[in-house]
Design a protein around this ligand. Sequence first.
Ligand code: PEP
Ligand code: MG
Length: 363
Amino acid sequence: DASIGGEFGRVMGWADQYRRLKVRTNADTPHDAAQARKFGAEGIGLCRTEHMFFNEDRIPAIRRMICSDTVEQREAALAVLEPMQQSDFEGIYEAMEGLPVTIRFLDPPLHEFVPTDEADIEQLAKDMGKTVSEIKAIIAGLHEFNPMMGHRGCRLDVTYPEIAVMQTRAIIKAALNVQARHPEWTMVPEIMIPLVGEAKELSYVKKIVVETADAIIKEAGSNMKYLVGTMIEIPRAALTADEVAKQADFFSFGTNDLTQMTFGFSRDDAGKFLDAYYDKKIYENDPFAKLDQTGVGKLVDMACKLGRSVNPDLHLGVCGEHGGDPSSVEFFHRTGLDYVSCSPFRVPIARLAAAQAAIKDAQ
Ligand code: PEP
Ligand code: MG
């Protein structure tokens, strides 16, 4: 166990005396959260919720939700998932012992959950009282040629507000339960809305979150606070960040999608023709690994300035892969972010890079 103690801990302690940036982690399970804490993570900057739906006991319900014809059917399927999500979040909050936790709403295109196996399709048809060909027609209707630019992120909450209601309930109820068990912690759950490209999208989804959360908190007789923020991962969101910031307590830069959409390169196919570009020095580095400071960085910088111009208290962070890359961390320090968030094993590197950036800055 290399965690924290001994010489490793001593070096990290020196780094921590100098850095200004906080270092959070991207974690979806209590195990990853605990691991990251050992490496010094000061919170969770991104808890992706989609992986939680793939468990065997959950996938049938998410499939029923996707193939439903009515709001009532969708709500019935989501009602099965809510207590499971709530217990996931309780586990993660417990592992973080009162440190900040940002939970992101469901992000991927829904077709990622649909069955491809004939036996699973038959089972789904049986569960839903439909024929196999009806289910196949629904699945075919979900097909998109460019799913990463399609029906995903907050667009799911705009079309199916029931998803936002269910996830808000799970996040808030879990936080209330953990707060009751640990009065010594101050629970302030952070709800993050992905793939916003237009301020009105955020205000539409935020209204659902606030109405749902406030009702639960009031019913519990609690005065727990919560934050609602957004990812900045579409260039349009960066360009209109002053409008977006009016609705947001925080911005978290999703530099994976922001890189994809700024370059027009598919993040899922990177490396194929791009290798020729690096060989020919058209681009020096893989922009998905190292932040492109000239283009993507300019959008990050612009969004920070625009956002803080209307909301000086706007909390700023990054949760894309670049949050654990040293040269990118140095850029985020200079840009004035409050924190970087990276995978658990990159937390020590981010702590060192944040300290080096601060020392360089002072010099
Ligand atoms: C991102 O786009 O940078 C991000 C953190 O979200 P995801 O990788 O889940 O799309
Ligand atoms: Mg993203």
